[in-house]
Design a protein around this ligand. Sequence first.
Ligand SMILES: Nc1nc2c(c(=O)[nH]1)N[C@H]1C(S)=C(S)[C@@H](COP(=O)(O)O)O[C@H]1N2
Ligand SMILES: [Mo]
Length: 372
Amino acid sequence: MPALPARRDFLHRSLALAAAALLPAAEPDEQVIPFLDSRPFDPTNPRLPWEQTTSWLTPLEHFFWVGHYGYPEVDPAAWRLHIGGLVRNPRVLTLEQLQSRPKTELTLTLECSGNPPAGGLVGNGRFAGTPLAPILEECGLPPEGIEVVFFGADRGSEKIRGGEYPQQFARSLAVSDARRPDILLAWEMNRQPLTKEHGAPVRLVVPGWYGVAWVKWLERIEVQDRRFMGRFMGRDYVTIRGEQQGPGAVWRETSVGRMNLKSVVARVTRSPGGVVRIAGAAWSDGASIGGVEVRIDDGPWTPAQLSEGRDQPHAWKFWSLDWRNPAPGEHTLISRATDASGKVQPAPEDPFITLKKTYWEANQQAPRKIKV
Ligand SMILES: Nc1nc2c(c(=O)[nH]1)N[C@H]1C(S)=C(S)[C@@H](COP(=O)(O)O)O[C@H]1N2
Ligand SMILES: [Mo]
């Protein structure tokens, strides 16, 4: 297998770089045991490199980005936020006006609902901006308003039944969700102005919801008296899931929204003393993580130790488990999270997963293979 040494080489080199940049807490001389399917990091299309992830906060250079209609350059001086539709007092805000409002910072896990089980379309960042709810209140929500629609500056065209139509990236929230106090109009990520890739100058931040709801390059907010059914609400980012009910199944198609309970084995290391440590992350829609268990091969589920992040409801929790005397050879590691209500992250064979026909929201337990 000629590819393997090169891969290892790459890993060790990039690890040395990561260690220099962000590793005060890592143990000296620990060695990463790479996953057998580990892939090199591509800085032009970043995916969280789990095996290099030692920092609870994801550095910007490791944070994924997704843009369905490209990445528009928005001039912050010319930028305006239009708030209209059915509100009683429509408004137009400049960036300066927005930034003069009260500022809140939250540490939040952002995951794309298209992230595969152990994939890197996820990160944990600090987002700062001003709460949306008071702005909606000031604009006056009418009783007939049921949804708030958020429009980005990015545009494309969509084919529907033989026709082709202009579209703007947009997502909606029910008024009751939009009034949550922790939804932000954010202009900072990791204490820096948002980059173009992450939606500069202003994006929506929806703690506990999948990334598709976090509209970037935000330029218009509208309240309407009917459901918004654009591509990213009603046709794309939809989950078709069955549930066995007696002899048949009930099939439901829902728009991707709240995140599902999930955990991953992120990184396996060996200390100079020979102890192998299995470390990982777990997150949810904000329900607190009750615990994480790890299974090695066909062994018992063993509770891991939760470490960082327990005080931040919408940020991932880090966990680890020390594995003494691993037998040399190949092993399969798998983790499962449980939330405080007792809900357990589903196994790949769970009907919650097998009856999910679309690939979005893949929160099943993810086996990872290593060779010790
Ligand atoms: N305007 C706009 N906002 C968008 C998107 C987009 O294509 N256009 N992609 C969404 C999706 S699918 C995800 S997963 C997140 C990703 O956020 P990030 O690129 O900052 O990581 O942005 C969301 N916001
Ligand atoms: Mo996404």
